[in-house]
Design a protein around this ligand. Structure first.
Ligand code: ZN
Length: 137
């Protein structure tokens, strides 16, 4: 697998409306995109930090994965996402190495990326996302 950088860090928040002013006014970052990803039941807000993004995640459904995460653990870091060059092969390599996959085949994520999640049971507790930007090739 060829990881080039940390694509983004996903942070679960109760409310984008409450969280965005902290990132903008205190940290001085600029929210450049707000996007709803219906199949993940989230609304996302993105900030660029160098080559890496901060992805704030607010649930649109209490029974969605972010809703359940916040109920169990509260707000906080939810996942880390690595940029890879070949998502299909990267997921296959993980599976062959015995890592439990949440997504056996890649699917569409926010920001036009093709993504796949690894199960935190197999990654020392860190929900890990692999993503490939197929639009830049
Ligand atoms: Zn993500």
């Amino acid at each position: 697998m060829n990881i080039s950088h940390i694509e983004h860090i996903g942070i679960a928040v109760k409310s984008l409306e409450n969280a965005i002013p902290y990132y903008e006014k205190v940290l001085g970052l600029k929210c450049y995109s707000i996007e709803e990803v219906a199949d993940q039941k989230v609304k996302t807000a993105f900030f660029m930090v160098g080559q890496t993004k901060i992805e704030l995640l607010e649930t649109t459904d209490p029974n969605g994965s972010i809703g359940k995460f916040i109920e169990k653990k509260g707000e906080g870091i939810h996942h880390i996402a690595f940029a890879v060059q070949d998502i299909e092969n990267s997921l296959k390599e993980c599976e062959e190495a015995g890592v439990q996959l949440i997504d056996k085949t890649p699917r569409a994520g926010a920001e036009g990326l093709t993504i796949g999640f690894l199960h935190p049971k197999s990654t020392m507790g860190v929900l890990t996302e692999l993503c490939e930007d197929k639009n830049v090739k």
